[in-house]
Write a protein that binds this ligand. Structure first.
Ligand code: BT5
Length: 332
């Protein structure tokens, strides 16, 4: 696990400089305000610059904040984040095996609800059923949110589709991208996968201990950045928008959207979210097949119900499914 966090002094220096961007401050004034030595400040400035911050000196040796890097640093994500709980605590890493694994460990020691684990890359990023998630360094967004929903474990499948909704709203807020949700856990743009969700839980009968909501987003990948097998099915925000996206801003918008959907979900389940989910669903009205670990059922997708099940109209009537691999058979 490689850390990329700044330290407490550089963080507070940053927040002082940032209050007045592009304005120069003398080291003497900063040292006085912050009650530290000038030498420590020079060390902190150096650390911030190494992390990618543009901090400029003038001819009189005064310093000004110019710009922040688009690195997924804890201090950047929490800076001016408009949420109450989600993302208020952030653990940021350059590289981890899987953000879901780190988050599960933190949930085991009661990290606060809304804690986010985020990384620039994952060496063992995972999808469902032991599949892997391609986690290209510094191009994507790989994050996990820890939540402790006070709900029946049977309702937890709804969390994936709820998250897909928050993600779809965030993606659509860019350039009105034509995003869709493919039940149960994908966001697509023009039929290609731009993001996937992996929800993992710890529960016992009647009680959820914690849920880790893992989200992988292809943000700034160019088409040629994907290996051939994934290139066929994947896209990125950059490939669709024809320009890079600021990942920190995307994460902040997403956390805000997630917080508001999660609040509704905790109160009333998927009921208040269903209409919006259905609006994004790419399966509704389509003839599909669902692979249930070997047995295949075909039918027309007609609904996503209040438990997050996909409802198919089959030869045996309406049937709800709470998991499975779905593919569209033909357009209707
Ligand atoms: C998913 O699984 O779509 C869930 C992916 C969740 C990834 C996040 S990243 C942060 C957190 N930490 C983790 O370790 N995981 C979560 P699934 O529906 O099983 O889809 C996996 C399949 O998607 C693979 O078998 C590939 O075919 C394809 N795939 C892999 N990487 C991809 C990518 N970057 N973009 C699009 N498709 C990809």
């Amino acid at each position: 696990m490689t850390d990329i966090n700044t330290n407490a002094l550089s963080d507070s220096l940053l927040s002082v400089l940032r209050r007045r961007p592009a304005r120069f401050h003398s080291l003497e004034a900063l040292a006085k305000v912050m009650k530290v030595e000038k030498a420590d400040l020079l060390f902190a400035i150096d650390l911030l610059r190494q992390t990618g911050y543009e901090i400029k000196p003038d001819s009189q040796g005064r310093y000004a904040f110019i710009s922040a890097p688009d690195n997924l640093l804890a201090i950047e994500i929490t800076n001016d984040l408009k949420t109450v709980r989600i993302g208020k605590t952030v653990y940021a890493y350059k590289s981890v095996q899987s953000t879901n694994t780190v988050a599960a460990r933190l949930a085991g020691v009661n990290a606060p609800e809304g804690t986010v684990v985020i990384a620039e890359t994952q060496t063992k990023g995972r999808g469902r059923l032991g599949r892997s998630w391609f986690s290209l360094e510094e191009k994507g967004i790989y994050l996990s949110i820890i939540i402790y929903p006070d709900i029946d474990p049977a309702k937890t499948p709804g969390i994936s589709i709820m998250t897909a909704l928050s993600l779809a709203d965030t993606i659509q807020s860019y350039d009105s991208l034509d995003v869709g949700i493919k039940w149960p856990n994908d966001c697509l743009i023009n039929g290609r996968k731009v993001a996937g969700i992996l929800t993992e839980l710890s529960a016992e009968v009647g009680k959820v201990h914690h849920v880790i909501v893992g989200i992988g987003i292809n943000a700034n990948h160019r088409r040629q950045d994907f290996p051939p097998d994934i290139a066929k099915i994947a896209t990125s925000l950059r490939a669709e928008m024809k320009e890079p996206v600021r990942r920190v801003e995307f994460v902040q918008r997403f956390l805000k959207s997630f917080e508001s959907d999660y609040r509704l979900f905790q109160k009333s389940g998927l009921k208040p979210l269903r209409k919006r989910i259905l609006k994004y669903s790419v399966l509704l009205g389509k003839k599909v097949k669902i692979d249930l670990k070997g047995s295949i059922v075909t039918g027309t997708a007609v609904d996503i119900d209040e438990n997050g099940n996909l409802v198919l109209d089959t030869t045996e009537g309406l049937r709800p499914f709470n998991a499975g691999e779905v593919s569209i058979l033909r357009r209707m």
